[in-house]
Design a protein around this ligand. Sequence first.
Ligand code: UDX
Ligand code: ADP
Length: 457
Amino acid sequence: MKSKEICCIGAGYVGGPTMAVIAYNCPKYNITVVDSNKSRINQWNGPVENLPIYEPGLKEIISDVRDKNLVFSDKIEESIKKADIIFIAVNTPTKTDGKGRGMAADLTNVKKCAELIAKSSSSDKIIVEKSTAPVGTGEKIKTVLKSINSKNKFQVVSNPEFLAEGTAINDLMNPDRVLIGGEESREGFEAVNTIANIYKQWLPNNKIILTNLWSSELSKLASNAFLAQRISSINSLSALCEKTGAKINEVSKSVGMDSRIGSKFLQSSVGFGGSCFKKDILNLVYLCQYFNLPEVAEYWHNVLKINEYQKERFFDKIHKSLKDIKQPTVSLLGWAFKKNTNDSRESASIDIAKKLLENNYSVNVYDPMVNDKTIIDDLNNLSVLNLEKLNIFSTVEEAVQNSHAICILTEWDEFQSLDYTFLSKLMQEAILFLDGRNIIQKDRVAKIFENTQSIDT
Ligand code: UDX
Ligand code: ADP
């Protein structure tokens, strides 16, 4: 059977788990995952307890398939050459300079992959766009491939990733749908079907949607925009709840029980984070501006504005409550952008810590999975001032010692069972408790902390 050699460029949060699950379900396919970051590849090849990303269930699958039909390698050209199908799963950060700065996605990594594929290939290949990328990326990949290599035929297919971090393995094993978009030609149709055949190894046909390149690319942005919009909608109402005495969790529950609306993604928070939502909505806004649709651009941009507003509100609340304290210390519990991941990209914790440090607060941080270097890098990347006032601890008790406020910023399970009576004794007076993720029963905490507040009250 043909098309059984797969190469995936990018061994990150998308490439790693996706290829692990494909390898697990498709024993007849040989998969090589490559990355320009050699130490990352070494980590993937090292002990499963120390994989570069934390994802529940991942280490079990890696133990099962690694060095059987899944290989991690730094020999990029060699792997490209022998592959029939190449997934591009590299990161596409937001541009930091030039046209579209702060908005458009930086496609440098994707373009580099396309160039390398074109140069290293001596046979026809299917190129699968897996990275979160703006609409039109597939066309750009095609242009790069054609301009460098006219001997081989390349079909570019969009197969956006819908996995959410923290639940990636389950999302990949049991996805709501798999989307595959290709060129509207006979060759394009064949390429789409070749990719569909991979997923058919463990998924029924009705879960696999076949479409064209643009629809596939836009559907990914649209899904993330809708999800983020729900969070911003509920977060905007949490501000109104604080003014009126309504309870956001009650509103959320009631709204979510309407089966037309549904209950998911209605949890009010200190703001959404992660590598996708902000970037995808910025891409959508940029696309609408490009096509001269200012009203549509503004509509979606407001989803991001509410997210920033929510973080500002959270900080203002701390600032107002602790304004009379001479040398205030705030403990931030949770740095990851959500539970069950060691990823902190765009985490609300980063912005809250930045605002606190720049207003002369001492900041104590504890997170069970994010390492110290990542926390410091996250702040350095934003050129945050007063970093000497940041302290990172390896237990909650240490992080809370002598502080004036506890802020829960990630909904880690271990924070749900904390002994607040004990913790309050470790703290200084003027105790403040802010539950940015609405995970603790308010009544339980209110009995312990005199000055209990939360984002929704
Ligand atoms: C998201 C999409 O869910 C996924 O389909 C896509 O492939 C990538 O982007 P991810 O960013 O990994 O996944 O996490 P997600 O579970 O969507 O959470 C994003 C952020 O929203 C987190 O910070 C989370 O805490 C926050 N959130 C989520 C809320 O604030 N409230 C909610 O009700 C749900
Ligand atoms: P994502 O969440 O999109 O998977 P990550 O940053 O976790 O993003 O992973 C992307 C991976 O892609 C990184 O390990 C990075 O080193 C790798 N990468 C980026 N550009 C290239 C490239 N041109 N060639 C090979 N690997 C690349």
